[in-house]
Design a protein around this ligand. Structure first.
Ligand SMILES: Cc1cc2nc3c(=O)[nH]c(=O)nc-3n(C[C@H](O)[C@H](O)[C@H](O)COP(=O)(O)O)c2cc1C
Length: 215
């Protein structure tokens, strides 16, 4: 089984609740199935460029304009997306480690999504709809936030942004482990909330093994 881990958190692990969820998730996976291949992408070590006009032309104009062939410049502008797309397309599971920033994801993750969740990178798109170019069967979100959130909280712009964008690419099967209430100065149960989320990360790893073993 191939797992792509995209980490969008610049903090050291001991200071990052979401990275601690990732440690637990991957430790549980390794204990249950040592045959898992993990590709780690630390976005702060390998940052995506913002999508520019040449990249938009290269990725999207073949959808919008019949017969558009990307030029050399357009292809060059899409290099990061194509390289990351290759890793994505070979994966069975994608794991996103995400601190909540301004009620959504850090801009660096959004920039990665703008590159990778593009037509002709991870899916084909035309009048008949979209067809995946990938074999991803499951998305795992490992999230931390300062505030507490109930499910469906209208302040949460992170979950809908990620779920809708991955659904457009044909990925609908999602598990979320979320350490909310991590503002310890405000929430005196921050540690307890982290412990509950760590259990959820462990369960998510067990689910992956149960659902996808043999991949
Ligand atoms: C730039 C920035 C913006 C933040 N915005 C929010 C926010 O909108 N809502 C929230 O609940 N917490 C917010 N926080 C708090 C973080 O989500 C919280 O510290 C969380 O634990 C970060 O994840 P980490 O521990 O994995 O680094 C923000 C933190 C930073 C640095």
């Amino acid at each position: 089984m191939n797992i792509l881990h995209i980490c969008a958190d610049p903090s050291p692990t001991e200071e990052s609740a979401s990275k601690q969820l990732a440690v637990t998730f991957f430790r549980t996976l390794a204990e249950k199935n040592p045959d898992v291949n993990i590709t780690n992408v630390d976005l702060y070590e390998n940052p995506p460029p913002y999508l520019d006009y040449q990249a938009i032309r290269g990725f999207w104009f073949p959808v919008f304009i019949e017969g558009h062939q990307p030029t050399d410049d357009e292809q060059l502008a899409g290099t990061y997306g194509m390289e990351q797309g290759e890793k994505f397309n070979e994966s069975d599971v994608v794991v996103l480690t995400i601190p909540m920033w301004n009620y959504s994801a850090p801009a660096i993750l959004k920039a990665w999504m703008d590159q990778v969740l593009s037509p002709s990178v991870t899916y084909e798109m035309d009048q008949r709809g979209t067809r995946p170019l990938h074999k991803v069967r499951k998305l795992i979100m490992l999230v931390a936030s300062g505030e507490t959130f109930a499910e469906g909280d209208p302040r949460d712009a992170l979950t809908p942004m990620v779920l809708n964008s991955f659904a457009d690419a044909g990925i609908h099967h999602v598990s979320i482990a979320w350490a909310d209430g991590q503002y310890a100065f405000k929430h005196n149960d921050a540690e307890k909330r982290l412990a509950v989320a760590l259990d959820a990360a462990e369960e998510a790893a067990e689910e992956v093994i149960d659902e996808l073993s043999g991949a």
